[in-house]
Design a binder for this molecule. Structure first.
Ligand code: PAF
Length: 295
């Protein structure tokens, strides 16, 4: 596996791959890799001739007072994981390579970024789309792999790719969960033992509410209330948001006039445990032949 730190090195590697007729499979990450990332690498490996991973803790997607400084960094371990997954190249640039002081351009996707996480993290998605657009342009055409845990990020990146006609197929992969259901996240490492245990309320609440929908519950308000109450039943959980939205447009379904849940519905939550903010979601497609759950 080649480990490179410059944009020109990545261009050289992917340029050769394209010339050889290989599909470039790309997994953008902020490092502290876990089994969720591994599943993206495996998907890329099974579909692409040249597989690359980026490890870059992107400062532009963290707001003031957020966890940029304490975000876990573990490049040696990340390298070992990428090697074990048979990755061809790892791009780990310094901040100055991706964002020289002269940078003045921001990629902004409107609408999808002002809701859910965008409400409490203003500017976050501009940081994400700007760095992801840069990474896509550096890699050239190919396939890029994202986890469904970051459902809003996925929707925003898809929209950006469509709007900018980027030659990238965005592939979404299932959320990978711990045995007790907690969605894998680099931020889980920051939970104390007590917080880690308490955080299992998130997958439990999502599952229970999904079960209610499967059993026939169709009121968006009732679903949101149930989810909020279950999360709040955990004394140290600080619920930031509970939303029931259309999975494609991210528009809230808890609105007037209230209509029964139908179509592709996303239940999305953000919950803090101490200083760690976790997000998770589940989706359910409600059609005539009954609900189909993705968790
Ligand atoms: O999901 C992440 O890890 C980051 O938001 C991403 C896509 C690598 C951009 O920095």
């Amino acid at each position: 596996m080649k480990v490179v730190t410059t944009i020109s090195d990545v261009r050289a590697i992917t340029g050769l791959a394209h010339k050889a007729g290989e599909t470039v499979g790309f997994v953008p990450t902020m490092g502290a890799l876990h089994d969720g990332h591994r599943s993206l690498m495996k998907a890329a490996r099974s579909e692409c001739g040249s597989v690359g991973v980026s490890v870059f803790v992107n400062p532009t997607q963290f707001g003031p007072g957020e966890d940029f400084d304490t975000y876990p960094r573990a490049l040696a371990a990340d390298e070992a994981i990428c090697k074990a997954e048979n990755v061809d190249w790892l791009f780990a640039p310094p901040v100055s390579e991706m964002f020289p002081d002269s940078a003045r351009t921001t990629v902004h996707v409107s609408g999808l970024t002002e809701v859910l996480c965008g409400l409490t993290r203003p500017g976050h998605f501009d940081g994400v789309t700007t760095v992801v657009a840069k990474l896509f342009l550096i890699c050239g055409s190919g396939r890029a792999y994202f986890g469904r845990k970051d459902a809003q990020q996925l929707a925003v990146v898809r929209q950006m790719v469509k709007d900018l006609n980027l030659p990238i197929a965005v592939i979404d992969c299932p959320t990978v969960r711990e045995k007790d259901g907690l969605a894998m996240s680099s931020r889980n490492a920051g939970l104390s033992a007590n917080e880690r245990q308490a955080a299992t309320v998130i997958p439990r609440a999502l599952r229970q509410v999904l079960d209610q929908i499967v059993a026939g519950e169709r009121s968006p308000r009732a679903v949101a209330k149930m989810l909020t109450e279950m999360l709040a039943s955990e004394p140290i959980a600080q619920v930031e948001y509970v939303e029931v939205v259309d999975a494609d447009t991210l528009t809230s379904l808890i609105c007037e006039p209230v209509s029964p849940l139908t179509g592709n519905v996303l239940l999305a939550v953000a919950v803090r445990f101490g200083s760690v903010r976790l997000i998770d979601n589940a989706s359910v497609v409600i059609e005539n032949n009954g609900p189909e759950v993705v968790y």
